[in-house]
Write a protein that binds this ligand. Sequence first.
Ligand SMILES: N[C@@H](CCC(=O)N[C@@H](CS)C(=O)NCC(=O)O)C(=O)O
Length: 198
Amino acid sequence: MIKLYTAPTPNGRKISILLEELKVEYKCILVNLDKKEQFKKKFSKISPTNKIPVIEDCEHKKIIFESGAILIYLAEKYKKYLPKNKYWEVLQWVVFQVAYVGPMLGQAHQYLYYNSGKSKFAEKKSRQYTKHVYEILEKHLTNNIYFAGRYSIADIAIWPWVDRHERHQIKLNKYPNTEKWYKKISKRPAVIKGYNVV
Ligand SMILES: N[C@@H](CCC(=O)N[C@@H](CS)C(=O)NCC(=O)O)C(=O)O
């Protein structure tokens, strides 16, 4: 049994979507970010960064934080969505997501959505970085159906962020290949089920 400490955010959704895809038994524990529960003493013990998601693998008494590490751990454990013959292709996109897509789009949400009008410079920079992210996605998806051959944890890592396109002010129809990929994945039963778990 896997315990998932999560919240209804892109980083949390990556993990519940993967758990649904894997069809494994798991239990969700909501960490209410609005109530600052991520800073509670008990949660700090399992999350040194005070962020979700975190998993607890009860079988191996293992606790893992950082969504990228969790995706890799689960894919390795259940031997799905990280095929050996595309191992590095998948991982490079997973790392690209955690190192660039998440931080840049997360910042864009802060400056364009939650705090718009407070800093022209930050808004301009956020638009530039967001555009750069989508150009990279679009270019790759022009010749590829998925990020690394077939559906993998790379797609699962990126999809919940693209799902927030309105929040970072992206018109998805300007990126037709990304839109096609996004819509295709949106229809997966595990994605629909894993989306609203808390
Ligand atoms: N690099 C981390 C980022 C995790 C992250 O930013 N989580 C957000 C929710 S999406 C969070 O817990 N925010 C609470 C806070 O920053 O106080 C990962 O990929 O897991």
